[in-house]
Design a protein around this ligand. Structure first.
Ligand SMILES: C[S@@+](CC[C@H](N)C(=O)[O-])C[C@H]1O[C@@H](n2cnc3c(N)ncnc32)[C@H](O)[C@@H]1O
Length: 366
């Protein structure tokens, strides 16, 4: 992604207001119908999720990007059984993931377009990852995770999630690309909400494939960056940075944030990293960052801060993902972040909400 101008983001109060109305209407409906009807509807939502993953896996949106397709044309193009495809599309059309014209042919909707491989923010790999046998298998062990409070990876695969992803690169590559897409989703809201202009050098710790850091560097041409992640994740990224014209402004460094992180940054970004770890392990990462930081540097923790309300929130889903797939990782409320930061020697100075579910938690070393 090489855009330079921030995109138009709907105002936060409008997004929050509509979200509240939606929750009220959904609850109203659920109180009117019998409890088992409302519950079954939630239960089979998992089928819908898998149907979206299947459309992503088959590349249906990529095919429809070229124009409307009849069932026969689409089935032939994506090499599937026509009846099976029609049944898949019937469900997805009913949720507006795709549309069907009067002549029966299928077309893309705004949601379906987000499954295109070449969409500006593509969810194709996110959907493929969440629907993959690897991920589904882990979630089928949610009851074990709830019972023990521990990640299921060691029992299921004989390795923690990140160990497994490091050695099984098919899963690891898909996960990295999925994380990049999720990261890209929140980039514009983040850049609209937070001004990075005062930072000369930004260090993105656990920055994955660098989608956030490179976008910041494109938006702020005077800034420099250091992308830091595990060697398996960042080893091949130098050519990509050069292709984006960032070879002179962005360094790549492989290593473990439990040992040390690159010194010399004016801002240290930790995006969707802290939630992967228990308080003790997260404190270790934060201490390593603190050790690398100058007194004047700023720490920016970017996370889905759990709200105090009881309505649905993406953080409540991802918190279970952390339970299933990480060793003690969990989402946190603002006050839990304040306590964790204090344990590692930081003071939380500001929490900046964005139009995405993410917040920027700004902190300074004490
Ligand atoms: C959930 S991803 C977030 C990636 C990126 N910050 C983003 O928002 O897209 C967590 C990242 O932490 C990295 N990571 C895991 N263990 C690490 C370690 N010991 N040292 C450095 N990075 C690590 C992973 O490779 C992954 O890129």
């Amino acid at each position: 992604m090489t855009s330079t101008a921030p995109k138009k983001i709907p105002p936060l109060p409008i997004i929050r207001g509509i979200d509240r109305v939606r929750a009220v209407l959904a609850n109203l409906y659920r109180t009117l119908v019998p409890g088992h009807v409302a519950l079954l509807e939630l239960q089979v939502a998992g089928f819908l999720s898998q149907a979206i993953s299947t459309a992503a896996e088959l590349g249906i949106a990529d095919e429809l990007a070229a124009g409307p397709r009849t069932a026969t044309q689409l089935a032939r193009a994506v090499e599937v059984d026509e009846d099976g495809l029609c049944r898949l599309m019937r469900l997805l059309v009913s949720y507006n993931v795709f549309a069907q014209r009067r002549d029966g042919s299928y077309t893309l909707t705004r949601m379906g377009a987000a499954l295109r491989s070449d969409a500006e923010v593509t969810l194709r790999d996110v959907s493929r990852f969440f629907g993959s046998p690897f991920h589904r298998n882990h979630w089928s062990h949610l009851s074990d995770a709830v019972r023990t409070g521990e990640a299921v990876g060691p029992a299921v695969d004989g390795a923690s999630f990140f160990e497994y992803a490091a050695t099984n690169r098919e899963v690891g590559d898909l996960f990295d690309r999925a994380m990049t897409s999720i990261s890209t989703m929140s980039t514009d809201p983040l850049l609209a909400a937070y001004d990075f202009s005062r930072f000369g050098t930004l260090v993105d710790v656990g920055g994955g494939q660098g989608s956030l850091l490179t976008e910041i560097l494109h938006r702020y041409p005077a800034a420099r960056g250091i992308l830091f992640d595990l060697p398996t994740v960042v080893d091949d990224l130098t050519a990509d940075l050069a292709a984006q014209g960032l070879a002179q402004r962005c360094e790549v460094e492989g290593g473990s944030f439990f040992e040390q992180v690159p010194p010399g940054g004016d801002a240290y970004l930790l995006k969707h990293v802290v939630h992967d770890w228990s308080d003790d392990r997260a404190e270790q990462i934060l201490r390593a960052v603190r050790l690398a930081m100058n007194r004047s540097a700023t720490l920016l923790v970017i996370e889905l801060v759990l709200p105090e309300h009881r309505r649905p929130h993406p953080g409540k889903f991802i918190d279970l993902e952390m339970l299933v797939n990480t060793e003690g990782g969990h989402e946190r409320t603002e006050s839990q972040f304040r306590d964790l930061l204090a344990r590692a020697g930081f003071t939380l100075t500001r929490t900046v909400p964005t139009a995405a579910p993410d917040c920027v938690l700004e902190a300074r070393a004490r």
